[in-house]
Write a protein that binds this ligand. Sequence first.
Ligand code: ZN
Length: 372
Amino acid sequence: MRTGFVSDELCFWHDPGNYALMLKPGGWIEPYNRHIENPDPKRRLLNLATTSGLLDQLHRLPARDATVAELERLHSAAHVAHVERTAAAGGGELGIGAPISSNGWDCARRSAGSALAAVDAVMRGTVQHAYALTRPPGHHAEPQRAMGFCIFANAALAAEHAVRHHGLQRVAILDWDVHFGNGTQACFEARADVLTLSIHQEAGYLQVRGAADEIGSGAGLGYNLNLPLPAGCGDGAYHHAFDRVLLPALDAFRPELVIVACGYDAGRFDPLGRMLLDDVSFRWMTRAAAGVAARHAQGRLVMTHEGGYCPASVPFFGLAVLEELAGVSTEVVCPFTVQHTMVPGHTLSAEQRSRIDALAAHFDDVRQRHWA
Ligand SMILES: [Zn+2]
């Protein structure tokens, strides 16, 4: 079995409360019984992987808790203590849109630890690829604070674990969640040993920028690439962005481990994104990431599950990713595949092409100027 899979029931028990789409009920906002970041999309992915038989073809890896020392590799001691204290006091809002209940400390440590367990299995050669079904998600969590449903920076902590514990010198994090991975950027913006790339909808998360001029600082200058795309991008725009920007940058960096912050909210049904991707897209994107890993990293690829809020489509998109990783196909017929060619907007438009080509020229220049 070449593909590892980490999931843990406790991650589904993480409870951000019952806000209606992050807005506190009151006034004209009727209370709603689920938070938009609820366990359904991820639990249903696990269930589909189980009933389809795919899970039997994956190497199940036990989750573990990230230790305080592991969390403090990237997070401030004050932030880590704040999470523990808030949970012990019964829960509450940790930062900007990151509420927890009394078990939030346990869930967040288990989620981060799942990503670390995936790294350990890949680095030891137990498996070639590993997928961590992390919840709460991580890519908005900054060193000093929780944000956007994220408490600890799972993907970033995974990269740091590969550097500190396993001694790697070059790790790449590719973040295709529809929202800008501000937390991952903040963790590594002054470092050249971890290349951070985020392809996202521009202004898709209003608390942060994620602009193309944020290219890192100090020793990390040039090693942070943001690809903000206009809303409405489909398969063609993502293909062009991979071909012109992401894959050339990854191939030039030659990572020893590839980590994908794998969100599904660029899927076309997502309530928190306005892109058009589907299972066909997530399949070739997974192949592309695995290709980078094969060319430079002895195949080593770790995926952490980030956003994705449509309970109907995320399970199928996630299954497509897992099938690609494992190199197996199940009998599952994805109900969205047949619609792929019928959805308007997948063809690369002239405006999307010129935007992406301009970004490609910008990043070619950044690489020439700043990469050793
Ligand atoms: Zn997201």
